[in-house]
Design a protein around this ligand. Structure first.
Ligand code: G3I
Length: 470
């Protein structure tokens, strides 16, 4: 990635936006904000993943396959994170080094590690001008377009059912000028991005499909506006896009902007999720910690900001190690930035409280089903069903006492089976199933909640799941 930054030139774009359009957009944002219903339970997670899960979000990291034999690295990974992004292993040069010859060995290692430890995976990246294999760099026109379509189809099919979200297209916009970046892919025709998204949807309909870029954090920058306008156009024309990834590599040349939350809100108001996909913040001590805390607060304030991924674990793992931009030092010790992130997650940020209070005072007409008491818990779920498959997200809520472990029982209809589970351990793949907590999310404070999910083929479960504490 080119870290030479173009700043300020986007202000003209912002100034030229019609005032009415801005006002109606802000009204949309306000509506989104009032519907935020993030749990503000009393529990305080002790790891990044657990705390984020209590807020209905994930906390992830980039992972390098060659570090999976480093015990300190893996110890932190397994303890703290519930989403992983292969740092280089799913890129075009890694997965298709020769045309039509696919190599998934290193990416598979990361996916297997994630699945074995109850973590989800962000796929990165299907189509990008950079890190292309030499043979693709030498293609153009129809041959390159066909190679791109085949690459996306093959890779997304190989990982079908195992990817939470794909960065379908990465870094396709120019740093200045508000237009597309020139590249061999761009020269195949302006429709290459939407072709990439439609191809990915056909190969893996369950994966969320994201557009991912850097220097799209400051709302006034013209690159941000350009990406915003593309996403708006895609939504209007039915091009399948589910999310926008803001890489968020912050440093003195590209500082955390005061309007970051506005950017998140405005993208979310288009009807897409927003994800912070490659966060790192150069610096140290209190200054760095404060900025990390602000980024987390901003994500928590936007209901469709579904998670945060940092671009590496220890400072020494970073692609920009000299900037010490991560949450753990080279020895794996927690930095002040780590504490700021965890404390902000546990505090719940500035998310507006739910419009319906979570604890209503007792009335003279008690509900027929008494609320959980003692060490009880309840579970409820939401489902996204499509032809042939589904994703179900289950929320586990503690009763009057903290939970030290939980199990949720539900039944899959005949013919349905599990493909993938995150943040829980299932007892089987079909019929009556019990999902137990994993190491990092068994402890839930009184009245607090956590989430897990699963993907399956066939018809999603219905009815009310049962939750058992312990
Ligand atoms: O594995 C080889 C090694 O065998 C060789 O000795 C060494 C010599 O330089 O290179 C190693 O490969 C490097 C690879 O990282 C693995 O460490 C490449 O040279 C290096 O270019 C590559 O850098 C990656 C960079 O993308 C390339 O564009 C970084 O690790 C990776 O963190 C970075 O990630 C990108 C995101 O994908 C997109 N957004 C920006 C972000 C940061 O640039």
């Amino acid at each position: 990635m080119d870290k030479v930054l173009a700043r300020g030139s986007g202000s003209a774009v912002a100034r030229s936006r019609p005032r009415t359009a801005v006002l109606s957009m802000l009204a949309g944002v306000a509506m989104v904000a009032t519907t935020v219903a993030v749990a503000t339970g009393a529990s305080a997670g002790t790891t990044l993943g657990a705390s984020a899960a209590e807020k209905g979000r994930y906390f992830g990291t980039a992972v390098a396959a060659n570090k999976l034999s480093d015990a300190t690295y893996v110890g932190i990974l397994n303890r703290e994170f519930n989403m992983v992004t292969p740092e280089n292993e799913m890129k075009w040069d890694a997965t298709e080094p020769s045309q039509g010859q696919f190599n998934y060995a290193n990416a598979d290692r990361i996916v297997s590690h994630a699945q074995a430890n109850g973590m989800r995976v962000r796929g990165h990246a299907l189509a990008w001008h950079s890190q292309q294999p030499g043979w693709a760099q030498n293609l153009s026109g129809t041959a390159l377009r066909q190679a791109m379509v085949n690459h996306i189809t093959q890779v997304a099919t190989h990982y079908k059912g195992k990817i939470y979200a794909w960065d379908v297209v990465n870094e396709a916009f120019a740093d200045s000028g508000g237009g597309r970046r020139d590249s061999n892919l761009q020269r195949t025709g302006n429709d290459w991005i939407e072709v990439a998204f439609r191809t990915a949807r056909a190969a893996d309909p369950a994966a969320k499909l994201c557009y991912n870029d850097y220097n799209t954090d400051n709302w006034t920058w013209e690159k941000t506006q350009a990406v915003y306008n593309m996403v708006k156009d895609f939504k209007a024309r039915g091009v399948p896009i589910d999310c926008v990834g803001l890489q968020s590599h912050f440093n003195s040349g590209s500082p955390y902007p005061g309007n970051y939350r506005t950017t998140l809100q405005n993208f979310a108001a288009l009807g897409v999720d927003v994800q912070i996909t490659e966060l790192d913040i150069e610096g140290s001590g209190t200054t760095q910690a404060t900025t990390y805390g602000n980024v987390v607060k901003d994500c928590l304030a936007v209901s469709r900001c579904t998670g945060i991924t940092v671009w590496g674990i220890r400072d020494t793992d970073s692609w920009r190690a000299s900037g010490t931009p991560l949450l753990f030092d080279g020895n794996g010790n927690k930095k002040p930035a780590y504490t700021a992130v965890l404390d902000t997650l546990n505090a719940g940020g500035t998310t507006p409280p739910p419009t319906t209070p979570t604890s209503t005072p007792p009335t003279s007409n008690p509900p027929t089903t008494p609320p959980p008491s003692g060490n009880g818990c309840t579970a409820s779920f939401t489902t996204n069903q499509w032809q042939g498959g589904f994703v179900t997200t289950v929320r586990v809520t503690a009763g009057a006492a903290p939970l030290n472990g939980w199990a949720v029982a539900l039944t899959l209809p005949a013919g349905a089976s599990l493909v993938n589970t995150w943040n829980a351990q299932p007892s089987g793949t079909s019929g009556g199933l019990t999902f137990r907590n994993v190491a990092y999310n068994g402890q839930v404070g009184a009245g607090g909640s956590t989430e897990f999910g699963f993907q399956g083929v066939g018809t999603a479960p219905s009815g009310t799941p049962t939750c058992t504490a312990g």
